[in-house]
Design a protein around this ligand. Structure first.
Ligand code: NG6
Ligand code: CA
Length: 501
């Protein structure tokens, strides 16, 4: 039945019918990549040929959004189809946090599983592990990605700058050693290894703020760990490790439909790319990490071609939040910025309520099925759940994905319009309706001065016309009090509603 629905859908879309198999889906989800960080989005100081090729053969969206200006909430929304601010505890998580998606609850991945897909998570997780009791890192770690819809998972628990700095395959840490048990703590130091605070002379890359706890691979981290000496990663190999695992999964599942979430660590801090990329961009390690990210995308695409799957695979590329130059390490992103504009024409960046926080690159390629081009349809990553449910011919159960809209026609370029409205989170919440954006007044978040990003949070209401002022320079709230009132009321109504689909 599901298969039939899918075939019917293909028929309706007017393309050739891919009767041989449902399309594979790969979501390449980069970390902290801004709207202006790719050459296909206007970057001139750095070149991203492999991602540009995806854009050239697919659709490049100019109004695609994360739900939030940081990682954990954006990832939560993408997997659950639910706005993260509906649930407490969905902010940036420490590396020993409990999993914030209840095991067994419906997710984008479990929905794809039900449609008969083999599902995998490869890369960054950052949605917590375990049930809230202290995690025993030396035995099976559960619940985790396998309990929310992923058949296979190869990941690190939080971020590259947070302990534990280890890879987990399904439930086990790779290289774990019972004679050297791992302990993790976010409150106080454990073990007697040097920390960035006590022994800054041991660092190969100094911290600019924070990141001064346990030193791993010459880099100070957030949080303390001891043990697991053989399990710890070398930052320079992270991109290789993830890319290799993604490719292994594609090879092993080439005969089945597969769904791969490839969550790159690039270009999040600490930026410590492989030797092959160090110094190659002229923009410091941040630019080098962009080259490394592009290389990972290129390897995946090569593999798809080799496996003969390029025609029957939807590849999407996006990012989890906007860009930041100094996110805590002295890595020359600032001193070698060299005119590069990571948010392109947008104001703000990571953490910000301005467009730089949530408007991100978003490319969809499906050779033969989507016509190449550009689209300014308004999309949110919270919509992927309902959109891929439609693609695979599935009804959403009543309790699933309450905020997810089916945007399949827009995502495949059959329709110019996407959503008519969306809620964005960057400290305070914003409502976008058509051309207008209203940012709720709030005391808001205070960003460290080194981060040097405008939070966009203000105690006065803000109203911008994004069509005429994409850089959000002119606050029109005073000129349009009625619009401010109406949008504030609508935002309240949408917040109160349990479901917005
Ligand atoms: C911040 C970290 C930053 C980064 C961020 C999460 C400090 C001073 N800053 O608290 O480095 O890790 O959290 O980034 O610790 S995210 O992309 O995962 O949301
Ligand atoms: Ca991020």
């Amino acid at each position: 039945m599901k298969r039939l629905l899918f075939l019917l859908l293909c028929g309706c879309m007017g393309g050739s019918v891919y009767a041989q198999q449902r399309p594979n889906v790969i979501i390449i989800y980069a970390d902290d990549v801004g709207y202006g960080d790719l050459s296909c989005y206007g970057a001139t100081k750095v070149k991203t040929p492999h991602i540009d090729a995806l854009a050239k053969n697919g659709i490049r969206f100019t109004n695609g959004h994360t739900t939030s200006a940081t990682c954990t909430p954006s990832r939560f929304a993408m997997l659950t189809g639910r706005y993260p601010w509906r649930k407490t505890g969905t902010g940036v998580l420490p590396g020993n946090a409990a999993m914030i998606i209840p095991p067994g609850s419906p997710t984008l991945a479990s929905m794809m599983q039900q449609a008969g897909y083999q599902t995998a998570l490869v890369g960054k997780w950052h949605l917590g592990l375990g049930d809230g009791s202290p995690i025993n890192w030396n035995s099976d770690i559960r619940p985790g990605p396998n309990d929310v819809g992923f058949n296979y998972a190869f990941f690190f628990p939080a971020t590259a700058d947070r302990v534990p700095t280890v890879f987990v395959e399904n439930q086990r840490i790779i290289g774990a050693d019972p004679n050297d048990p791992i302990e993790v703590n976010y409150k106080e130091k454990v073990g007697n290894e040097p920390t960035g605070k006590e022994n800054p002379e041991l660092l190969k890359m100094p911290a600019s703020h924070g990141h001064n706890n346990t030193i791993v691979n010459g880099i100070g981290r957030i949080g303390w760990m001891k043990g697991g000496t053989r399990a710890r990663w070398t930052d320079e190999e992270i991109a290789y490790a993830f890319t290799d695992k993604a490719i292994e999964f594609m090879e092993a599942n080439r005969k089945k439909p597969f769904f791969l979430c490839f969550n790159l660590s690039d270009i999040h801090v600490p930026r410590m790319p492989a030797t092959a990329f160090k110094g190659k961009s002229g923009l410091g390690y941040r630019g080098d990490a962009i080259l490394q990210m592009d290389w990972s995308v290129g390897r995946l695409m090569d593999k798809l071609r080799q496996l003969g799957l390029e025609k029957n695979t939807i590849v999407m590329f996006s990012s989890d939040n906007g860009p930041v130059l100094d996110d805590g390490y002295v890595d020359d992103a600032v001193t070698q910025q060299n005119g590069h504009q990571p948010a392109g024409p947008l104001r703000g960046g990571k953490y910000s309520a301005f467009e730089g926080g949530t408007r991100v690159p978003w490319i969809v390629s499906w050779p033969g099925m989507v016509k190449s081009g550009t689209s300014d349809a308004l999309l949110s990553q919270v919509d992927l759940y309902a959109t891929f449910a439609k693609l695979t011919g599935q009804e959403l159960p009543a309790d699933a994905a309450p905020d997810s809209h089916d945007l399949l026609p827009a995502m495949l370029g059959k329709k110019a319009q996407g959503r008519s409205w969306v809620i964005l989170q960057g400290g305070s919440l914003s409502l976008v309706q058509g051309d207008w954006k209203y940012i709720t007044p709030s005391k808001g978040v205070k960003l460290m001065k080194e981060v040097n990003i405008e939070s966009g949070n203000d105690e006065a209401p803000q109203l911008y016309n994004l069509r005429s002022d994409i850089g959000e320079r002119q606050n029109l709230a005073a000129q349009h009090p009625d619009k401010v009132k109406a949008m504030a009321a609508e935002l309240e109504r949408l917040k109160e509603a349990k479901q917005t689909r």
